[in-house]
Design a protein around this ligand. Structure first.
Ligand SMILES: NC(=O)c1ccc[n+]([C@@H]2O[C@H](COP(=O)([O-])OP(=O)(O)OC[C@H]3O[C@@H](n4cnc5c(N)ncnc54)[C@H](O)[C@@H]3O)[C@@H](O)[C@H]2O)c1
Length: 321
């Protein structure tokens, strides 16, 4: 049984990944400091189904704390690492850049150093579609210009991709950077549009629509993202950057219609100005990942939003909104 260390495993994508890794008979070591970006209670709920599993170990450790992190590597001897821990809110990063630089860059440097020291077989790191900024050459391919991210968050993700390359080049490490796009689904991060809208529809709240609702996003279901991530762990790739996206852009107006159809409810919409760090259209070409990982997104926006709404009803509505 091989051990996978997952950083940020109490979060949205991480908890979905752990669920699937345990199903696939991996042993999982989770490192997460349960930061206060959103309700602690939500992260505890994400992680609680795993706590009794004998193939799961949780460390409440900050990735910036090198010595505690080293003890985890020493004790658990992971074979692979999926590094998801990060500060991940684009707008917040515009206001609070220091913490983003500290966690996303220095924390990632710690992960790379320890992965080198302990000879991990493969490092899979979460990057983001935000590295492309407002690049107009859509759909974005991996080789497109990423020199103009719109927020410190995007800038940290670009920096970590570059750091990863230097570790591959100098030490022969196998590192794959996955550029995730607008991930949504079960355990959704609460500050993201699909979660906010599920909450608004189901709790009868007002929906905030950015601008005219014409902004397009490449909403990608979390189950598809998890599949790509596990394929990346077991691939034989040495250094790659891959877009992990549904590659079907959906405007916010269209997303509203999907929610209305699935919930059978009418949206109560209030427009608000768009944020300056928000891009007009995000849309990726994911054929490279499809080819190199033998992966493809399977879940349509209707099916994915339906899963999100069901999860929201059964969890947040009953337990904790
Ligand atoms: N959700 C998306 O649409 C999306 C898109 C692109 C990229 N990503 C990236 O995917 C990764 C996971 O994102 P998510 O949406 O699951 O976010 P999330 O906030 O739900 O999860 C991140 C986790 O990292 C943990 N964390 C934060 N700082 C830490 C630290 N210093 N030490 C240890 N743990 C720490 C948090 O407690 C949290 O549980 C992030 O790297 C994010 O940048 C996400």
């Amino acid at each position: 049984m091989e051990t996978v260390l997952v950083t940020g495993g109490a979060g949205f994508i991480g908890s979905n990944l752990i669920l699937e890794l345990l199903k696939q008979k991996y042993r999982v070591v989770c490192v997460d400091n349960f930061d206060d970006t959103y309700k602690l209670k939500f992260k505890e709920e994400h992680i609680s189904p795993f706590l009794k599993n004998k193939n799961f170990v949780l460390y409440r450790v900050d990735i910036c704390d090198m010595e505690s992190l080293r003890s985890v590597f020493e004790k658990e001897k992971p074979v692979y690492i999926v590094h998801l821990a990060a500060k991940a809110d684009t707008r917040d990063a515009v206001k609070n850049p220091y913490i983003y630089i500290s966690v996303n860059i220095f924390g990632t440097l710690n992960i790379l150093e320890l992965s080198k020291e302990f000879g991990l077989k493969r490092v899979v790191m979460a990057s983001s579609g935000s590295v492309y900024g407002n690049n107009r050459n859509l759909p974005w391919k991996e080789e497109e210009n990423t020199d103009l991210p719109l927020s410190a968050y995007g800038a940290t993700k670009k920096t970590t991709e570059m750091l990863a390359y230097t570790y591959h080049h100098n030490f022969g490490m196998n590192i794959i950077c996955l550029r995730y796009f607008n991930v949504y689904g079960e355990n959704n991060r609460p500050n993201m549009v699909p979660y906010k809208w599920a909450e608004a529809f189901l709790c009868g709240k007002e929906i905030e629509l950015s601008g005219e609702g014409t902004r397009k996003r490449d909403f990608t279901y979390v189950g598809d993202v998890v599949n790509a991530t596990i394929l990346a762990i077991t691939s034989s790739l040495q250094y790659e950057i891959l877009n992990i996206a549904n590659s079907q852009p959906v405007s916010l107006k269209e997303l509203l219609l999907v929610f209305e159809k699935i919930t059978g409810l009418k949206a109560n919409v209030r427009s608000r100005p768009s944020h300056k760090a928000s891009v007009n259209e995000m849309y990726a070409d994911s054929t490279k990942a499809q080819k190199l990982l033998n992966w493809k997104p399977e879940v349509s926006i209707e099916e994915g939003i339906s899963k999100l709404v069901t999860w929201f009803r059964e969890n947040r509505l009953k337990k904790s909104v």
